[in-house]
Structures are given as structure tokens and as C-alpha cells.
Design a protein around this ligand. Structure first.
Ligand SMILES: N[C@@H](CCC(=O)N[C@@H](CS)C(=O)NCC(=O)O)C(=O)O
Length: 214
């Protein structure tokens, strides 16, 4: 049995929900992170000592860190498709996953929290502009990667696309004027045709507007 902990509107939880939908796996969903203190209980800290979502439990295995969960699920359930078996081929997906965690995500979160989740009167305009510039540079890098191939790791959709594309819906829809590099846009349009992306990522997020609580 698969169990997932984490509210479904959280960026890192969405990656895992998208993967589960791609794999058409059944799971039990614990909607934690929605209330103050949810992640500080001794029960939850036994699952993830860092008090963060998402967490996955699959039989006896407990996995935290969203991209590690993606690797785990893809290796268990999609070897040769979402999880390339050849280490060299797999490294193309993995390097973009690591890049997302260390580069794209911090700047996108700064932008989304600084602009969308902060009430207009409390926003720091120069921080927003700085995050916007950084995100535009990241999108240009993705654009170059996608110039000659439809997906980040090559000719087919892999686990590598999930972390890099989880932000796109909010990036394009949060109400800021952002650049739309042509290959990123084409990739986004391809992903938008996947029912798993529609069900998990292309979902209303206005409950987060002006809300910093979680
Ligand atoms: N690097 C971690 C980050 C985990 C993280 O910061 N998760 C956020 C949600 S995206 C969280 O737990 N926030 C507390 C909450 O939502 O209550 C991962 O990728 O899983």
C-alpha cells in the first residue's frame, strides 16, 4: 500500500501527486500541512524528522524529499519509461531534477511567495523583481535545453520533466507579466495535454493568494 502525507496545493507535494497520477497508482492521502502544528507531532516526525511534506510510505519503505520520492516511485513502477534504466540516460533526467531543487525552486518560491502569497501592501518590490529576473534566466536555460528535443532528458517524457514543470502553471497564471520562451511554451503545451498534469498541477490556487500561513 502507498500512503502520501502532504496538502495537495503544496509545490513539492504536487510533484508526487503528478507522478502517482502518471503511474495510475492508488494511494491513501493524508492531508497534513494544512493546519498549524500538523508536522510537529511525534507521529509525523517519525516519518520525516525535518517536519516537511511530502512523505511517502510504501509497505516498509518511508521516503521524504520530493525528488527522492519521484526517483523511488519511477524506479519501482516505471523502469525503462519514466526511470531510464541506462545510468547515462538516467543522468540526463537526474541532473535537471537536481538543478530544479537547487536553482529553479528557490527562485520560483521567492517569486510566488513574495508576489502571490503576500498581500500587495506588504510586498517587497525589489525582491520580487530580483526573483523575476532569476526565474526568467532559468526559463531561458530550460528553453535552450528544449530547443532540439521535446522533453528535458531527450525524446520522451521522464521523471526529469516533473520537478522542472511543476511551477509552470502558477508561473504563467499568477498574474505577473513573464517572458514566454517559445520552446518552454511548447513543452508546457505538450504537458498540458497529459491528464495527470491537468488533474494535479493545472488546478486553481487562489486559496493561496495573500496567504502566508503555510
Ligand atoms: N526539499 C524538500 C522541501 C520540502 C518542503 O519545504 N515542503 C513544504 C511544502 S512545499 C512544507 O513542508 N511546508 C510546510 C507546510 O506546508 O506546512 C522537498 O523537496 O521535499
Amino acid at each position: 500500500m502507498i500512503e502520501i502525507w502532504g496538502r495537495s496545493n503544496a509545490y513539492n507535494v504536487q510533484k508526487v501527486l503528478w507522478m502517482l497520477a502518471e503511474l495510475k497508482l492508488e494511494f491513501v492521502h493524508h492531508d497534513v500541512g494544512s493546519n498549524a502544528g500538523d508536522l510537529e507531532t511525534s507521529k509525523f516526525l517519525k516519518l520525516n524528522p525535518h517536519a516537511r511534506i511530502p512523505v511517502l510510505k510504501h509497505d516498509d519503505a518511508i521516503v521524504w524529499e520530493s525528488n527522492s520520492i519521484l526517483r523511488y516511485l519511477a524506479a519501482c513502477h516505471s523502469a525503462g519509461v519514466l526511470w531510464p534504466v541506462d545510468p547515462g540516460a538516467r543522468s540526463h533526467a537526474e541532473r535537471w531534477m537536481d538543478w530544479e531543487l537547487t536553482k529553479l525552486q528557490p527562485d520560483f518560491i521567492a517569486l510566488f511567495w513574495g508576489y502571490y502569497r503576500t498581500r500587495p501592501e506588504a510586498r517587497n518590490q525589489s525582491e520580487i523583481e530580483s526573483a523575476l529576473r532569476s526565474c526568467a534566466q532559468h526559463m531561458q536555460k530550460l528553453d535552450r535545453q528544449l530547443e532540439d528535443q521535446p522533453y528535458v532528458a531527450g525524446g520522451s517524457f521522464t521523471m526529469g520533466d516533473i520537478p522542472c514543470a511543476v511551477c509552470l502553471y502558477r508561473y504563467f497564471e499568477m498574474g505577473l507579466a513573464v517572458e514566454e520562451p517559445v520552446h518552454v511554451l511548447q513543452w508546457y503545451q505538450r504537458l498540458s495535454q497529459r491528464s495527470a498534469y491537468q488533474q494535479t498541477i493545472m488546478q486553481p490556487f487562489d486559496e493561496l493568494k495573500g496567504r502566508l500561513e503555510y
